[in-house]
Design a binder for this molecule. Structure first.
Ligand SMILES: NC(=O)c1ccc[n+]([C@@H]2O[C@H](COP(=O)([O-])OP(=O)(O)OC[C@H]3O[C@@H](n4cnc5c(N)ncnc54)[C@H](OP(=O)(O)O)[C@@H]3O)[C@@H](O)[C@H]2O)c1
Length: 336
């Protein structure tokens, strides 16, 4: 008699909106060499998940599946407990709580991943907070690093109220920078609580002082690049994290324009392509554990409402992160 373990997973058979994501029962696959199986506790969603759900910009389909997503389960930022170890995995034990940015698969009760992609979650950090950290926190960290933000830098953050922005504000303050956050009035209180020295409506971009900022972190991707470069002082750096909504090439056009605009100028344009870096996730989780960094979670929905959670991120406008929490009372089922 063979035993099949199954799990609930939200899958897609074709690119499209949240309505294309349906509940299915899939077999749980045992980990191969170097892999672990994680019982998912929480999965945070990012704009990467909705872009891959929709297959937009079209360029992403070259890498992620031409006509349908190669990985049918979205959800890259995962926190959970190790339930099986493949051969050769060291440094992890059954039952360990781990988090990391994976290659998708998080909108399910269990996910298989390379062990090297995860790090331990400190005891006093919740699963929901841990899941919120890897991609958004890691992008904010890499953006500040690319901009060489240091003490007393004047930093302007556009899109400060989003998932990456709420981390960027706090991490810039931890580096001793003076932070001016641009957002919507609904996010002002939260951004002030997170440490922003000044908050302004993004509609007021045109009134900001020229030749003033050392660093601009652009997470909105819509403000004219020429205007942003004018706000920088000589030697300033504009880090472009978001790049517009072009249907085919996504951010590439804006990034190319930025490079061309900054040729021969003392103001530098820095396009950022952040990557998953477990060592950064580890540092961020330590900051959370010590109370110096707070993941701002806008909404936590149960796994049963995964499409609604994807719809929230797809629509935009949340202040902070959207997280899907998996009900611990519904474990993957074992069927003979
Ligand atoms: N390059 C990379 O490696 C990388 C990695 C991660 C994310 N990203 C990109 O970075 C961006 C931010 O990611 P996220 O996870 O923080 O997304 P998010 O949570 O959706 O936040 C995006 C923020 O952009 C601002 N925004 C949206 N529409 C805008 C508009 N029309 N004009 C001005 N600002 C607008 C909003 O901030 P306010 O409401 O505060 O204004 C919004 O909260 C996304 O475009 C994402 O695709 C890039």
């Amino acid at each position: 008699m063979t035993t099949t373990t199954t799990m609930i997973a939200w899958t897609q058979a074709a690119y499209g909106g949240p309505e294309t994501v349906t509940r299915n029962e899939l077999p749980v696959i045992e980990p191969g060499p170097g892999q672990i199986l994680i019982d998912v506790a929480a999965t945070a969603l990012n704009s990467a998940d909705v872009r891959l759900m929709r297959g937009e910009p079209l360029l992403v389909r070259l890498g992620f599946g031409l006509s349908r997503p190669k990985q049918p389960v979205q959800g890259r930022d995962v926190a959970g407990r190790v339930t099986a170890l493949g051969d050769g995995v060291t440094g992890l034990s059954l039952g360990d709580r781990v988090a990391g940015e994976l290659d998708g698969g998080g909108l399910a009760q269990a996910v298989l991943t390379e062990a090297a992609k995860v790090v331990a979650i400190p005891d006093n950090v919740s699963d929901v907070d841990a899941a919120a950290v890897p991609l958004a926190g890691g992008t904010a960290w890499q953006a500040l690093e690319a901009a060489a933000v240091s003490a007393d830098c004047r930093v302007l953050i556009l899109g400060a109220g989003g998932g990456v922005g709420t981390f960027a504000v706090q991490l810039a303050k931890l580096r001793g920078a003076r932070v001016h956050a641009l957002s919507r009035p609904e996010a002002f209180d939260a951004l002030t609580r997170l440490g922003a020295d000044e908050v302004s409506d993004r509609a007021e971009l045109g009134t900001l002082p020229r030749d003033h900022y050392d660093v601009i972190i652009d997470l909105g991707g819509v403000a004219p690049l020429r205007s942003l470069l004018q706000l920088l002082r000589d030697g300033g750096r504009l880090v472009s994290v978001a790049g517009g909504e072009a249907h085919v090439f996504g951010p590439l056009g804006r990034m190319l324009r930025g490079v061309v605009l900054s040729i021969g100028r003392s103001r530098k344009f820095v396009p950022l392509m952040a990557t998953a870096k477990p060592e950064i996730t580890r540092s961020l989780l330590e900051l959370v554990a010590s109370g110096r960094l707070t993941p701002l979670v806008a909404a936590t929905l149960p796994l049963a409402q995964a499409p609604q959670a994807l719809a929230l991120v797809d629509r935009g406008g949340q202040i902070g992160k959207v997280v899907v929490a998996v009900d611990r009372g519904v474990p993957p089922s074992s069927r003979a």
